[in-house]
Design a protein around this ligand. Structure first.
Ligand SMILES: [Zn+2]
Length: 309
């Protein structure tokens, strides 16, 4: 228990530290400024900030939301983004049911074949699972950047989609690595010579990811061209392609449905309450849908497929 609290605390602190970097991205990416070399400075007086002014979340609380040097108000966006990123990182670990126990007991049981029934204890399964959690945390961070920027500018930065594409490719490579390992062990057992493509797409999970790239993005791209970009933005289509590669075709469908539900419900409320215009940034809603699918999508898929078995 104590070990779990320690691990989840470390994850949260990493989350808010990454969150303060996300604020820099949110600020500078739409202005096409560099996100690495330039020191952070007060937006009002231009004073370069010291390291203790940059400590995520806490410096905002201690300074009571004001600049130390000129007392100008600091945007609430900074602590909110830091806090949300910390919470999302913790939830990525929690929904994956990660425990301190897993670190000591790295060998995990994998079902390699149902007929003949064959299981193998392998460390690769644990390394894969942990890697997916880390990738999921990064995915959530990129989605925060996309959501805030899209909310403000109605534009999803191309670079953010490229980062998600890289995350998806890394996951695809990891999936093929882990699954082909078990398949080769299995083939050894039944004295079969495995074929190249059998090894490449063993257990079907790698193929599922590749299909995810096209499952939602192709129909959306058609809508984009037919409506000449009025019904949906090009950035949204690209987002659903790269997120689909990360999630696989089943989960990206869940993400689309969840995202559209969030979007329509919240947008109707916003239009009723504040009479806001019809222009709708889909990025935040699609992002929320993607995170939903990431965390609980597999339970939704299991529940849904229960109707057909
Ligand atoms: Zn200042």
């Amino acid at each position: 228990m104590a070990a779990n609290i320690a691990i989840y605390s470390i994850v949260f602190i990493y989350g808010i530290i990454v969150g303060s970097f996300l604020n820099v991205c949110i600020l500078r990416v739409p202005l096409k400024q560099t996100i690495v070399s330039k020191r952070s400075h007060c937006m009002s007086c231009g004073h370069v900030l010291a390291w203790y002014d940059l400590f995520p979340l806490f410096s905002y609380i201690f300074l009571r939301g004001k600049c130390r040097y000129c007392k100008a108000k600091i945007s609430k966006q900074y602590p909110i983004v830091e806090f949300v990123n910390g919470v999302l990182a913790v939830l990525c670990f929690a929904f994956a049911k990660f425990e301190a126990y897993d670190i000591k007991h790295i060998n995990q049981m994998v079902l390699v074949s149902k007929d003949p029934y064959y299981e193998v204890y392998d460390w690769a399964a644990s390394v894969y699972d942990f890697g997916v959690i880390i990738l999921s945390c990064i995915l959530c961070s990129v989605l925060i950047v996309i959501s805030v920027i899209d909310w403000r500018t109605f534009e999803i930065p191309f670079g953010a989609n490229i980062v998600i594409l890289i995350l998806g490719l890394v996951k695809l490579a990891g999936t093929i690595w882990a699954d082909s390992r078990y398949y080769k062990i299995y083939c050894n057992l039944i004295e079969k010579k495995p074929g190249f493509f059998e090894v490449l797409f063993a257990r079907g999970r790698g193929l599922e990811l590749i299909m995810g790239f096209f499952a939602v993005s192709v129909p959306l791209a058609l809508i984009y061209y037919i409506s000449k970009g009025r019904a949906i933005g090009g950035g949204d289509v690209k987002l659903m392609a790269v997120a689909g590669l990360f999630l696989g075709w089943k989960l990206i469908l869940v993400a689309l449905i969840a995202g559209c539900l969030y979007g329509s419900v919240i947008h109707i409320i916003r239009m009723k309450v504040s009479g806001e215009g019809k222009q709708l940034a889909m990025g935040p809603y699609l992002s929320a849908g993607i995170v939903t699918a990431l965390w609980v999508g597999k339970y939704i898929v299991e529940w849904y497929s229960g109707f057909f078995s």
